[in-house]
Design a protein around this ligand. Structure first.
Ligand code: UDP
Length: 329
């Protein structure tokens, strides 16, 4: 039987790659997205697009009205740590308010499974060790706080209403669809991998390294970069687990890569020098965020294909080089 699936934020970076994976296995996919940061062209043919705002209760009810849902995936959110440090109440109100409205609507419409895009930003003050699911939740930013609140709300939706859910804590999503259909296009771009590639391609004068005095081996922040297609596959693995119980998974490769190491990887892959400038730390950035993802590998059989940073960078490079204007091209 065809599975009917709603994807909020399905026109965004990670959401669009999940939609591709769902379509490939024959699911019936509806994207609900206000296109404030997503792109119409990122919704592959085969998926239905509803342009709507989660804060619009009538629009959300209308989207869910057909019923018969297998699952709802919730990507649509404000997602920049730095921005959330400048506009804390805006982030908390929007992400928590919209998320609660969606969870509530799912309960009312009898949706049985819910998958939340959560974040490594839950672990703001983690030390220099890989973070597993037992680590204390201690957000370093209002963005992380907003996701922590939704994880808690889902716990109650399960206990009281039987809504099974997966909380998927992404570490650093990067890369692009290996088939070249989709890529990363934020306006303005603030993520490390596309910015470094643009600097290498001469599309920006230089890229700024935010802080070289962190307590890490080379002084720059260490992150766990995960290929976006591997992340999409993790969603399918987690969804299958919801037939048994609600789950919480940290999603990363378990390998720490510093800002300087990402720059070196881009230089290797692209064969060009990256012009850099040293800049102050960006508020809200923890020094070290690396995932221990043993739980989803063990329980749900997740097996990332593109773990190496060079493979991640190569796919991002290919898309960015071919699409100088992103989806606008
Ligand atoms: N970063 C940087 N220069 C930039 C953008 C990001 O040095 O122009 C650093 C940032 O401080 C962080 C890492 O790169 O340590 C990844 O940042 P990004 O915004 O890509 O993802 P985040 O970790 O915030 O989710």
């Amino acid at each position: 039987m065809t599975r009917r699936i709603l994807v909020t934020g399905g026109a965004g970076f990670v959401g669009s790659h999940l939609v591709a994976a769902l379509l490939e296995r024959g699911d019936d996919v509806t994207v609900f997205d206000d296109l404030s940061t997503g792109h119409r062209a990122a919704v592959l043919p085969g998926a239905r697009l509803i342009v709507g705002d989660l804060a619009d209760a009538a629009a959300l009810d209308a989207a869910l009205a057909p019923g018969g849902w297998h699952a709802v995936f919730h990507f649509a959110a404000l997602s920049l740590v730095g921005d959330s440090m400048r506009q804390p109440m805006h982030y908390l109100r929007t992400n928590i308010g919209n998320g609660l409205a969606l969870i509530d609507a799912c309960v009312r419409h009898g949706v049985p499974r819910f998958v939340l895009s959560s974040t490594a930003a839950l672990f703001g003050s983690a030390g220099a060790g890989a973070i597993d699911e037992s680590a204390a939740i201690d957000p370093g930013s209002p963005y992380g706080e907003s996701k922590a609140a939704l994880e808690r709300a889902l716990l109650w939706a399960d206990r009281i209403h039987g809504l099974r859910s997966a909380a998927l804590r992404y570490f650093n999503a990067a890369g692009a669809d290996p088939a070249g259909r989709l890529g990363e296009d934020h306006r303005p771009e603030s993520h490390l991998v596309p910015l470094v590639i643009d600097a290498a391609l001469g599309r920006r004068a230089e890229m700024s390294i935010f802080g070289t005095d962190y307590p890490t081996p080379d002084g720059t922040c260490v992150r766990d970069y995960v290929h976006v297609t591997d992340l999409a596959q993790a969603h399918l693995c987690a969804l299958a687990q919801l037939n048994h119980s609600s789950v919480t998974y940290n999603l990363g490769n378990g390998a720490g890569t510093s800002v300087l190491e990402v720059i070196r990887a881009v230089e290797r892959v692209g064969g060009r020098k990256v012009p850099v400038a040293i800049a102050p730390r960006r508020p809200g950035d923890p020094a070290f965020l690396v995932a221990a993802s043993g739980r989803i590998r063990r329980e749900a059989g997740w097996n990332p294909e593109y773990g190496a940073i060079d493979a991640i960078v190569a796919s991002a490079w290919a898309w960015r080089e071919a699409h100088p204007l992103g989806y606008a091209g």
